[in-house]
Design a protein around this ligand. Structure first.
Ligand code: EPZ
Length: 465
């Protein structure tokens, strides 16, 4: 298994482009099942989870038309509409496979999807997904660990459904119900829908395919079903979680980074709390207006629609921070609140703030496997239930640590870059699920980070367990 060897104390400087979003691309790829036409997705990140989803689609008769995708472009077309089984072997490695359920039931009339198990961050139930599809008339049974879903003979029928759960709405559950409703007869109202930008991205692509959707981005989405959906050519939104992670990487190393293709409009809670902590995220357009010296601007797209925040200037930001970070109190919330997927990264950053910070996790109350690992590096953390008090320390110390899930791994990499000495992050396959060659990109910005096979390291450098 691969590990990262990180020598701390290097400041990050330079310019990097934010990749297409994993959490947008996965439901967008699943939604290609809704049409028989050719469909092209652009700016798809090259990640383990994406490769798993494309492999699953191939098993579901949705095949790539371009042999080897170049530059994140995937052109797909249904070649076998009879396949409808998402096997446990794939689903257990990538739980977002569940997002094929709604499209399959709507387009092919039936689906057999292995129940996704839990994972390191929590139990991950799918009861809300099933609630939504049952409301549209699907018959759902569980058989041998699989969800077996059947649409009525005449197809799904629009309905009003409340998708709220104990922890707020469900992102992939909203995606499933919105996709299914797009081809249902009649109108569907999703009350307590997820408002995440990735849902807006999915709705935007569905509308480009001919779907009739309004209210996306708000808690109430209204979908008027249509007979069929056509193909389209669509670019995936930029990855707000990767952008937030890079912002915190700049801050934790006291660096100066410029991020291109940054979805600033989807990160307002994040930049609010970062600013409170003393991390400054400034759109280059503003900097240009204030006539400050700015790095040469890369135009990310020839045409841009400032109203959609596509203006290259608006989407290039510069990240700097105060010498001493201030403590903050943050609770993770559904969008537009502070995202749970940046919680571990923020915790790593606040380990070095001057005072006591508090982080409360409202989405996945057990999403704290990074706490013990950060403590191994000298962080002063006290967890009580779903809350952690972070007492800032002057310096973290490098140590061998264990990655447990995607975003905890990112938090450990950030801590390692700021720590004194060497940090070994074991099991970085977790990181590869959501970040494209992160070590290469950080190294290009000045970090000392190498990917090595754990077999080349002394036993004392590996963390057991
Ligand atoms: C998406 O997962 C993201 N994954 C997650 O990112 C993200 O953390 C999560 O949304 C919350 O923002 C993808 O988009 C691929 P949920 P999803 O359904 O849709 C409970 C990452 O690191 N719930 O919104 O599966 C659930 O237990 C990943 O990139 C139910 O109770 O999450 C959780 O407490 C990790 N019943 C809360 O709702 C259900 O049927 C939010 O879950 C579904 C969810």
């Amino acid at each position: 298994m691969d590990t990262f060897v990180i020598e701390g104390g290097r400041r990050l400087f330079g310019r990097v482009r934010v990749n297409g979003s994993k959490n947008a691309a996965l439901p967008l790829l699943a939604a290609t099942l809704l049409t028989d036409d050719v469909i092209t997705l652009r700016d798809v990140p090259d990640l383990a989870d994406i490769r798993s989803m494309v492999g699953l689609l191939a098993e579901l008769g949705m095949t790539r038309q371009d042999e080897t995708p170049k530059g994140g472009v995937y052109t797909l077309k249904t070649t076998d509409p009879s396949a409808c089984h998402a096997r446990y072997e794939i689903v257990r490695t990538m739980r977002a496979s569940i997002s094929t359920l709604g499209p399959l039931v709507a387009k092919r009339g039936h689906a057999r999807i292995s129940l996704p198990g839990g994972c390191a961050i929590g139990e991950r139930p799918v009861d809300l997904h099933l609630r939504g599809l049952r409301a549209l008339g699907a018959t759902i049974t569980l058989n041998g660990g699989d969800i077996v879903a059947e649409a009525p003979a005449g197809g799904l029928v629009g309905a009003t459904v409340f998708l709220g759960g104990a922890f707020g709405s469900t992102v992939l559950g909203t995606a499933n119900v919105m996709c299914a409703a797009a081809l249902a007869r009649g109108t569907t109202i999703i009350e307590s829908a997820a408002c995440e930008p990735e849902i807006v991205d999915l709705a935007t692509m569905l509308i480009a395919m001919g779907a009739k959707i309004r209210g996306h981005g708000s808690p109430r989405i209204i979908i008027d079903g249509v007979e069929e959906l056509r193909g389209t050519d669509y670019s995936v939104m930029a990855d707000r979680i990767e952008a937030g992670t890079l912002m915190m990487a700049a801050a934790i190393t006291n660096g100066d980074l410029t991020l291109d293709n940054c979805p600033l409009d989807a990160l307002l809670a994040t930049t609010y709390f970062l600013d409170m902590a003393g991390v400054h995220v400034q759109p280059l357009a503003n900097l240009a207006q204030s006539r400050q010296k700015v790095p040469a601007l890369s135009v990310t797209s020839a045409t841009s629609d400032p109203s959609r925040g596509d203006d290259p200037q608006r989407r290039s930001v510069r990240v700097t921070c105060d010498r001493v970070l201030r403590p903050v109190e943050v609770t993770t919330q559904p969008h537009p609140g502070f995202p749970t997927d940046l919680q571990a990264q923020l915790m790593a950053l606040l380990c070095l703030a001057d005072g006591n910070s508090i982080i409360t996790e409202r989405i996945f109350p057990d999403r704290f496997l990074h706490v013990a690992e950060l403590s191994r590096m000298g962080a002063n953390l006290m967890r009580t239930g779903s809350t952690v008090v972070i007492s800032g320390v002057r310096q973290l110390k490098g140590a061998p640590v264990m990655a447990s899930d995607l975003r905890a791994s990112a938090g450990l990499v950030l801590a390692g870059m700021a720590a004194e000495g060497t940090t070994i992050v074991n099991r970085v396959y977790h990181l590869d699920r959501g970040y494209e060659r992160l070590e290469d990109r950080l190294r290009s910005l000045g970090a000392s980070i190498q990917r090595v096979d754990e077999k080349t390291l002394a036993p004392s450098e590996l963390v057991s367990g």
